[in-house]
Design a protein around this ligand. Sequence first.
Ligand code: FES
Ligand SMILES: [Fe+2]
Length: 417
Amino acid sequence: MTSEAPAIARPTQDGSRVPFELFTRQDVFDREQETIFRGPVWNYVALEAEIPQPCDFKTSFVGDTPIIVSRAEDGSLHAFVNRCAHRGATVQRQACGNVRQHRCVYHQWAYNARGELVGVPYRRGVAGMGGYAADFDPKEHGLQKLRVASHKGVIFATFSPGTAPLEDYLDTPLIEAIDRLFSRPVKVLGHMRQRVRGNWKLYAENTRDPYHAALLHGFHATFGLYRTNQKRKGGADRARAHSTGVTYGDDWRQASMGNVEQDKVVAGYSLADPSLLEGRPDFNDGVTVQITSVFPGLVVQQIMNTLATRQIRPKAPDDFELYWTYFGYQDDDAEMTNTRLKQANLVGPAGLISMEDSEAIELIQRAIVRDGREDSFLEFGGLNADLDKDRTGEATIRAFWRYYAGLMGPSPIAAEP
Ligand code: FES
Ligand SMILES: [Fe+2]
């Protein structure tokens, strides 16, 4: 007797109901790796500023596939799977560095900065034994290559030959959002990593969810970085895969300004070190928060003077790593760099305004394991909300699910709205 797993459920066509099993099932996770992360999408993998010199490299991920992002001798960018073409071992085990050859520790096969096989020990054998046949061609045994594209120093990779050009994939509002933060040469200030015991899509939802920002994050509301009644503006690509939004902030020192009754303003709180929020604007547009989410796994943030990319690295249905790269500008003075480093306390694993996000995700993951055919409810803002105008509701999350369902393909038990 065989027992087949039940077919995968789908979100409703309007994206307003999402079966919880999409966050828990291994077969869903496996299909996502094939049809999404290895499908027709551009995956963020690194910043050019992390690999500025010839032969610089950084190890990264596309979905759960380990890759190496590398700059060749001539300055060109490359990405290839970090899995030896001999017997499959991880080749490069360092997080980053500068090497002319990536050498696999197991039998010392060596690959250059383009992922091409350039060294095979005992290729001709030893004392007439071992070795490879005369027709062994190293060109046929390089590391598996991905297509690479960079926009303003933000590097993306794709497995799929069919992925649209990067600028078409991102589309205008997203390009403008990225250009705003990458208009000047950047320098990397550091990294943070955190492991979240939840499904990667819960984080994709979280960064498209302004509804929670002043309700979950007391620091946001109390110090005026984000309140529900603040002016904001947003945009999305034509396909509605991505989302970008800006918030025009109050002066945080006026704690009573613009409070909304249900925002989580904590009375009587003050900062022991007010210099935490004493930055100076990077741009003359009044924007204090800009959150840009690029499908499937990139978030680009400006929160006051804190600039960072966040890469979502899925590991299992209930496990992902969040990888933060903090940056500033090459022409920052020492005071500005200090401000950015100080404000880095706002975000990251223990960030004053971001530690609650991973907790909220884990609260969901723990509660849904046995109720896969129950679903989440996403109707805030109304089902007909204009995605470009509604910047407080769940319209961008519903759009995420519609795009996601389109990539995952039909299922025999597709639910109707
Ligand atoms: S597995 Fe890499 S050289 Fe053998
Ligand atoms: Fe949040």
